[in-house]
Design a protein around this ligand. Structure first.
Ligand SMILES: Nc1nc2c(ncn2[C@@H]2O[C@H](COP(=O)(O)OP(=O)(O)OP(=O)(O)O)[C@@H](O)[C@H]2O)c(=O)[nH]1
Length: 650
């Protein structure tokens, strides 16, 4: 697959005059650069857009694509960079993408020159912080985008602190100034107070209308430092994303730090020492365009023909196989699952489809981990590991939407490290593996939580965090009406319904960010739920001792309402080991479906018996108790509607 001369290339500005580009007297940079040379680093600017969810990153990226002429109006599709359907439907960015933009603007010396800007779009959600950090590591500058109608939110702060850790040049921008509710003066003050600039230094734009976006591009050229690196050293390039393409295999997105990466070379992945032949090297503008190679500071993609993203790991360093670099670039780590859940097909015969679907999803998601597991109640399924709740929900969405699966997922839990009585250690991600009676000390993961909200809600937020075993670390007023509360809190207390309750207690105004912060010893117990004395493994949970009774009682009550009455009485119990801590009872019912059939033709009786048999097919039998699948779905769901729906079916 040789490199062909790209039709519209954004390569080396030196191959053109430095006046305004002839092809486009407007502001976009020169087109049709010669592709036999490499763009000099002093004409390159690598930047990303960081912000809280929905503050407009993808819309601003789209507008920049249009303004630089990379994406004509005809090809324009809202949020072009958010290619995954779910990203577009949910309106959130999951995978970081990048694009090369030509722009003619004045450099630090005031001279107008053609430049090449590499824009890296970043996921805006807390689950994908590692991907954000790798995108930031590929940049020298960051546009800090804040919704002028909402102001600074939790992820604004989290991403700003990440950008500062990477010493990026921060360009503050207020977006959505077209909205009637926009308060640019108020929030410019907030941002100035936060990053130590003047309120007038905060740019004001509307990514929707394009107002002010040119000035942002000019500011990127003027203020973001040009990339530096050693063009003569052995090649080192950082992988900041990799995507599986059904037809072309894995596309690996890289930023070159030292040396050059050219096609037909053999390269080595430094974290795994895997060696591959480079089939293609190119740039993205806005789609893949092969080129002669990438030099210092350049951002683009490479293809080696591998079929699995786990061979192209985000944060890894690429170098030559022969005379390659000896020291990798810093910051690489293997993705660490934070949240585990069991995924089971409602129809057991779908298990092979679920297995194949997970295999395919993992081709494009190195952070997804899974292994087969069985449940007495739910049958054959998989214990899956995710970066966080959103990652879990997106994966489940894709399995159901793209593979037509109906799934039950068990309550999400985290990873526990146990010190056992015999001095050994164990790691538990599934309540069913809890070693009853042999545990000396239990350690649970904890997180640093940041909640941003109007000051009026401080009371309800503090009450909720304290009820979730949070300990207050600090509280700062960003302005006279908005406050940031910082807590240390167990991850297990966040991953289920904390965010939903926080939102409902603050009328949707609070925003949340959390990041791993080590572990702590905790007094945790495994609560089992028994039907007629038979434990139902799908309902077991690891909870703090103080919350055990509440969990057991709520599950027993929920199941009493969800499980249909049987021909006999069914006790529902919650237990810690052998100790019963809660109990409910489903009263017996004598149900003779033929009781109303006095006489009448045999076909009606047969239909009623057939219907009863059909209904039994959808039952899971625990011991002698028939539990409808909807009851499992509802009992394991935090969604109250699911519970109401299932009760209605009884
Ligand atoms: N009125 C107005 N709406 C905007 C503007 N910029 C973005 N929006 C809208 O705000 C919503 C979120 O925009 P996105 O660009 O998806 O925000 P995002 O930051 O990429 O969100 P994530 O992908 O979830 O991180 C969309 O409905 C946009 O149409 C703007 O300047 N003015």
């Amino acid at each position: 697959m040789g490199a062909s001369r790209p039709t519209q290339n954004v390569r080396n500005p030196l191959s053109q005059t430095t006046q305004q580009s002839a092809s486009n007297p407007g502001r976009p940079g020169t087109k049709g650069f010669a592709d036999e040379t490499f763009t000099p680093p002093d004409r390159i600017r690598n930047f990303c857009i960081i912000a809280h969810i929905d503050h407009g990153k993808s819309t601003l990226a789209d507008r920049m694509l249009q303004m630089t002429g990379v994406l004509g109006d005809r090809a324009y599709r809202a949020q072009y960079l958010d290619r995954m359907d779910i990203e577009r439907e949910r309106g959130i960015t999951i995978k970081a993408q990048n694009v090369r933009l030509p722009w003619c603007a004045a450099g630090p010396d005031g001279e107008m020159r053609d430049h090449v800007l590499h824009l890296i779009d970043t996921p805006g959600h807390v689950d994908f912080t590692y991907e954000v950090s790798r995108s930031l590591a590929a940049c020298e500058g960051a546009i800090l985008l804040v919704d002028a109608a909402q102001g600074i939110e939790a992820q604004t702060l989290a991403n700003l602190y990440l950008a500062m850790e990477h010493d990026l040049e921060i360009i503050p921008v207020l977006n959505k100034i077209d909205l009637p509710a926009a308060e640019p003066e108020r929030y410019a003050e907030e941002i100035a107070h936060l990053i130590g600039c003047e309120p007038d230094d905060v740019l004001r734009i509307s990514a929707k209308t394009g107002a002010g976006v040119e000035a942002v591009l000019d500011e990127v050229v003027r203020r973001v430092p040009a990339p530096v690196g050693d063009a003569d050293a052995p090649a080192r390039a950082m992988i900041f994303d990799s995507v599986y393409d059904t037809y072309r295999g894995v596309v690996t997105y890289i930023r070159v730090v030292d040396g050059r990466i050219t096609p037909r070379e053999r390269i080595r992945m430094m974290s795994t020492n895997a060696v591959h032949e480079l089939l293609e090297v190119g740039i993205i503008s806005p789609d893949q365009k092969p080129c002669q190679g990438l030099g210092v500071g350049e951002v683009g993609y490479l293809m080696t023909g591998v079929k699995d993203v786990r061979q192209s790991r985000v944060g890894d360093t690429v170098t030559w196989e022969r005379k390659g670099a000896t020291e990798p670039l810093g910051g690489y780590r293997d993705p660490q699952p934070m949240v585990y859940s069991g995924l089971y097909p409602i129809d057991g015969s779908d298990f092979p489809i679920l297995r194949d679907a997970l295999d395919r999803l993992r081709l494009n998601d190195a952070a997804l981990s899974y292994e087969p597991e069985t449940s007495a109640a739910l049958g054959f399924g998989f214990r899956c590991g995710f970066l966080g709740l959103l990652h879990l929900e997106i994966t489940r969405d894709r399995l159901e939407r793209e593979y037509g699966l109906d799934l039950i997922s068990t309550a999400p839990n985290t990873v526990y490290r146990l010190e056992l009585d015999d001095g050994s250690e164990a790691e538990v991600t599934n309540p069913a593996d809890w070693p009853e009676g042999k545990v000396a000390t239990i350690y649970e993961p904890i997180t640093k939580v940041s909640v941003l909200a109007p000051a009026d809600f401080v009371g309800p937020i503090m009450e909720l965090c304290q009820s979730r075993r949070g300990s207050l670390e600090g509280m700062d007023y960003l302005s006279d009406s908005r406050v940031e509360l910082r807590y240390t809190m167990p991850l297990a207390e966040i991953i289920f319904d904390f965010f939903d309750i926080l939102k409902s207690r603050t009328r949707g105004y609070a925003s949340l960010n959390y990041e791993p912060a080590g572990e702590q010893a905790a007094d945790l117990v495994k609560v089992d739920i028994l039907l007629q004395g038979e434990p139902v493994d799908a309902f077991s949970a690891i909870v703090h001792r103080d919350a055990a009774y509440e969990y057991g009682n709520s599950m027993a009550t929920k199941l009493r309402e969800l499980i249909p009455r049987q021909q006999f009485e069914v006790p529902i119990q919650a237990a810690i080991g052998a100790k019963i801590i809660a109990r409910e009872t489903i009263r017996a019912i004598r149900k003779d479906v033929l009781s109303k059939c006095y006489g009448g033709d045999i076909t009606r009786k047969r239909k009623l018996l057939e219907k009863q048999k059909e209904g039994k097919k959808r039952m899971k039998t625990i011991g002698r108790v028939d539990v409808p699948q909807e009851a499992f779905v509802a009992a394991l769901s935090t969604d109250q509607n699911a519970v109401e729906k299932s009760k209605a079916k009884k």
